[in-house]
Design a protein around this ligand. Sequence first.
Ligand SMILES: N=c1c2ncn([C@@H]3O[C@H](COP(=O)(O)OP(=O)(O)OP(=O)(O)O)[C@@H](O)[C@H]3O)c2ncn1[C@@H]1O[C@H](COP(=O)(O)O)[C@@H](O)[C@H]1O
Length: 126
Amino acid sequence: MSPTPTTADVLERLADVIESRLPARGGDPQASYVARLLAKGPDAFLKKVGEEATEVVMAAKDAEHGGDAGQIVYEVADLWFHCMIALAHFGLRPADVVAELQRREGTSGIEEKALRKALNREGAGE
Ligand SMILES: N=c1c2ncn([C@@H]3O[C@H](COP(=O)(O)OP(=O)(O)OP(=O)(O)O)[C@@H](O)[C@H]3O)c2ncn1[C@@H]1O[C@H](COP(=O)(O)O)[C@@H](O)[C@H]1O
């Protein structure tokens, strides 16, 4: 029996497939949705990122009013997928995002925001 794939396995495998669709890797826009978006360039896939983010918001608002929470999963999957296309275009991997989240682990958002404000004030010579 094959082991259950971890979240990281699935993201890494998808990132490999997306990378294989890059124009520099010979991705075929006739045969692949990812290759088609990558060939069109950043405006095309960034537009999709914006649209999918809006769809996540709409699904969450629906769920708040008694709609199906499963729809949020569906829309977040679309959003992550299109974000991964953007990452691939810029030579980045899901592991880079995970590393950034790991770096933030244990730092309260409130603390981090206060530190950022203090640094900005210092930078402005206040
Ligand atoms: N995870 C996905 C995935 N999620 C969503 N989509 C596609 O994303 C597209 C956009 O979704 P929308 O809901 O916005 O659909 P739409 O409004 O018809 O799209 P547009 O006309 O605006 O482009 C749809 O065509 C979906 O099929 C995906 N297409 C591919 N993958 C993965 O990427 C791999 C490579 O795909 P290809 O490059 O197409 O072979 C696949 O094997 C999958 O693992």
